[in-house]
Design a binder for this molecule. Structure first.
Ligand code: SF4
Length: 310
């Protein structure tokens, strides 16, 4: 049996170990060396090209069904819970809290919930919209577990590392948002980012009032491909008397994108986080990446200005 192994960056150091173990069982093993960002980004082209019988994708749960033999190997990480007592000081004014985490720590949610309940809190664990699969789990593009309980809670608590996941949940909810990072022993509210990102978004829209040429980004990654949205956006752009062209790539290399001169902005239809919280991308390209929603705001404002000038 021929197998292609695929690891996210944080688990690539495990590749050799897994390859050796499978080879000792008589399997023929290949390792994908491409970057991968999630189960939305399976190495299907590589697997088909080398005629693999199976792709083994490590570190993420299934995102959606694909027409290939894929085995998902989730990685659970037991994070220390010793920052929970400290988090109580931050949560003293909040009786009901929503609890979210990433796939690596979902198995710890029961223990965390129990801790807060024993300390007088009511705990709500929401359900994802569909790309994430487990209650309380969030992905960068599926923060349903936080959104679904936003009305019922006084504050949200994200347990886990990094800012990528909690930022997505923060930007789609309204309640105070506490991050408990077990590996850096940090507890902090991140609410100030709501304002920061709202201002950034508004700034991008206003900077594009004179824009004429828009590149629409379509990724061929299995879970990010959205040609239908791209076509709808192209029509909206055309109808507004502007120019829209669709650009296709698997992974968008921002330096390379910057070489496609002539575009005033790029409209993202791929991973919804591209351009939202990635100021580096805008800097590398030299032009803003905007969301479909921001594009519609630009078109509306341009239309109003044109109307007022008549
Ligand atoms: S946030 Fe982006 S990279 Fe992460 S799973 Fe969703 S589409 Fe993929």
């Amino acid at each position: 049996m021929r197998i292609l192994l695929q690891f996210p960056e944080g688990l690539k150091q495990k590749a050799l170990e897994h390859a050796k173990a499978l080879e000792s069982e008589g399997k023929e093993v290949f390792i994908s060396a491409s970057p991968t960002f999630g189960a939305c980004d399976l190495a299907l082209d590589e697997a088909r090209m080398i005629k693999a019988d199976k792709l083994v994708h490590f570190g993420h749960a299934e995102f959606h069904h694909v027409d290939f033999n894929v085995e998902y190997v989730e990685y659970q990480i037991d994070a220390p819970l010793d920052m929970l007592p400290k988090s109580l000081e931050y949560l003293k004014d909040y009786g009901t809290i929503g609890l979210v985490t990433t796939i690596q720590h979902v198995h710890q949610l029961d223990a965390i919930k129990k801790f807060y309940e024993e300390n007088g809190k009511m705990v709500k664990i929401g359900r994802p919209f569909g790309f994430a699969k487990k209650p309380g789990q969030i992905l960068g593009c599926d923060v349903g577990s936080a959104v679904s309980v936003d009305r019922e809670v006084d504050a949200h608590v994200y347990f886990g590392g990094g800012m990528f996941h909690p930022l997505g949940a923060l930007l789609n909810t309204k309640k105070p948002f506490l991050v408990v990072e077990p590996f850096t022993s940090t507890v902090r509210f991140i609410d100030e980012y709501r304002d920061k990102y709202a201002k950034r978004s508004k700034g991008k829209v206003l900077s594009l009032i004179d824009a004429k040429n828009f590149g629409i980004l379509v990724s061929t990654k299995n879970g990010q491909y959205n040609i239908n949205l791209a076509k709808i956006l192209k029509k909206k752009i055309d109808d507004a008397g502007l120019v829209g062209e669709i650009l296709v790539a698997n992974t968008f290399d921002f330096m390379s994108l910057g070489n496609t001169r002539g575009f005033d902005a790029f409209v993202n239809t791929a991973c919804p986080r591209i351009g939202v919280d990635d100021a580096d991308a805008d800097r590398a390209i030299g032009k803003p990446i905007i969301t479909a929603n921001e594009l519609m705001q630009v078109i509306t404002i341009k239309g109003e200005l044109k109307h007022n000038q008549k």
